[in-house]
Design a protein around this ligand. Sequence first.
Ligand code: UDP
Length: 238
Amino acid sequence: MQATQKEMMYEGKGKKLYKTEDNGLIISQFKDDLTAFNAEKKGSEQGKGILNCKISTEIFKLLEKNGVKTHYVETIGEDLMLCKLVQIIPIEVVVRNVATGSLTKRLGIKEGESLPFTLVEFYYKDDALGDPLINDEHALILKCVQSIEALDELRKIGRKVNEVLREFFDKKNLILVDFKLEFGVDSTGAILLADEITPDSCRFWDKNTKEKLDKDRFRQDLGNVKMAYEEILKRILS
Ligand code: UDP
């Protein structure tokens, strides 16, 4: 598909979004920038944008093949993805299989403990508030969505994405520890999976060594950030 990159409409932490000549389509450019702890920690890794674009492309295609509706249209450059324009729902949907990160800090659950069932959490997307954990009633009061049914749909899609990806990465000798999803509403009112699915937004541990192969390498100054992202792409393509 031909698409011409027009003016930038938004710059986020990991991507720049551009308009196209088609009102219903945008171009998402994946950046090399890395941020953590609500952007208090900043860095950059040359080539990360290209790696993330490739990784996200493969994952969106896999999910579409498995019946998950996404904003993905086509990858049109090494760091450029053509996507459907959606109205982003201001909720970060976090799906967890293994306890780590903020879950262990908040509730004292032991780091690395497998959860008895998949946990789905909602965080309110608001940098000034530090993306707080919210429940369904908060989400309705904040008008993130119109109905409780929409929240149930986010949970349902989150679990479906987890089922597909967990099995896929298991075959690649990787544990899908947890991940964050964002959703948008298209012009017909349908909820589509949006944003990105990359080692910036997921945690992957090697099944045998438990080595971290994701943004925790940046968060925790473990080094070899780019090598980890390259390893994830290599395993996805293997
Ligand atoms: N996550 C994300 N963006 C955020 C917060 C979390 O992509 O703004 C992802 C993170 O990479 C991890 C999962 O969501 O895969 C759960 O993160 P957690 O709540 O443990 O927060 P963190 O430890 O990153 O503060």
